[in-house]
Design a protein around this ligand. Sequence first.
Ligand SMILES: Nc1nc2c(ncn2[C@@H]2O[C@H](COP(=O)(O)OP(=O)(O)OP(=O)(O)O)[C@@H](O)[C@H]2O)c(=O)[nH]1
Ligand SMILES: [Mg+2]
Length: 350
Amino acid sequence: MEEKCVSEEVGSIRIPDFNEVREYVFKVYQDRISVPKRLKRKYVAVYLSKIDRVNSYLVDRVLNNLERLTKVRIGKFYQEILKLADINGYEQTLNALYRRMKVISRLWKVYRVGIKSSLDAKEAKKVFREYIGRVLSIFRRSSTELDLIRNAVTILSKTPCIEDLPTIVVAGMPQTGKSTFVGNVSTAKPKVSPFPFTTKDIVLGHIELDGVKVQIVDTPGILDRPINELNPIERRAYITIKYLANYILYFIDPLEDSYYSIESQLNLLQMIINEFGEERISVVINKVDSVRPERLEYVKKLVSERTKANIYTISALKNLNTYNLIKDVVSKLRKTPHNTVSEPSFNHQS
Ligand SMILES: Nc1nc2c(ncn2[C@@H]2O[C@H](COP(=O)(O)OP(=O)(O)OP(=O)(O)O)[C@@H](O)[C@H]2O)c(=O)[nH]1
Ligand SMILES: [Mg+2]
């Protein structure tokens, strides 16, 4: 059976928050329950039925779902995505919460015995109330952790489905044409516009060529500033390169009136090479449909002074030379075994 990706697995899990649990428990508390007339000690049947209902709800909605979550392995990439949303220690919190919540099942057994041995309806009710009190107090004390897990589930389920496939990451400064390219060569349809930071989240598509299937990831633009000064949107691009890329396509806008200067674009290229090495990078000079030939030669020269990496000249917009580029990269990826998502494919030096 094909394995589900983290976002699909986690996306199907919904854990109620404290208020939902409280409302459900109160509803059961107030519900009238009819029991057969002939039954002796009717109150025992009534309160056993109530306590069983509360317990089934908690086991189904909370315990089982927490257990399912503990079984989903969250790789480094997803952990970093959570950190960007200020969610730290997801796995520890989840495991601690799951262990604590298991007490609920024990309480159920203990209080069931209490209900069975109660002498009248008043006592059975008192035992049930005490059970509710204890259960809700566990939830109240755990609500911070419960909220953290619920938030993490929401974020993980929105993160693209990353498969264990060779992965090309498209990176560069804003407005270099990354999304136009990914939209034209893959199944992804990212938004394109003439404004920087149009792409804020990573967008993932697939390419199939000569029987090889690869993933291609469009990333937000990054500015040329030190890594530790990147904002959360830029960091998303950075961790995508770091944890997912088997191959990097670094996009450059060569036009004289490019949104960011060629110097800035070269500085960022240098930073990326310093961080990730240049063996798995190709530089893609885009927008050749509108560049003056002399300017293109000049930019090419500047790039080749900085790096020995391959240089491609393309137009993402007009689909010029894009097929050759993809064909080359796919054939390179076919030769190098790719690594799994949780392990970066190259050592980075920091
Ligand atoms: N002339 C020309 N324009 C292009 C080409 N590729 C992209 N553009 C234009 O450049 C602008 C930015 O394109 P995007 O694909 O959104 O650029 P991006 O790198 O994804 O931008 P961010 O998401 O902001 O980082 C748009 O107006 C595109 O139409 C190209 O090959 N030639
Ligand atoms: Mg974009």
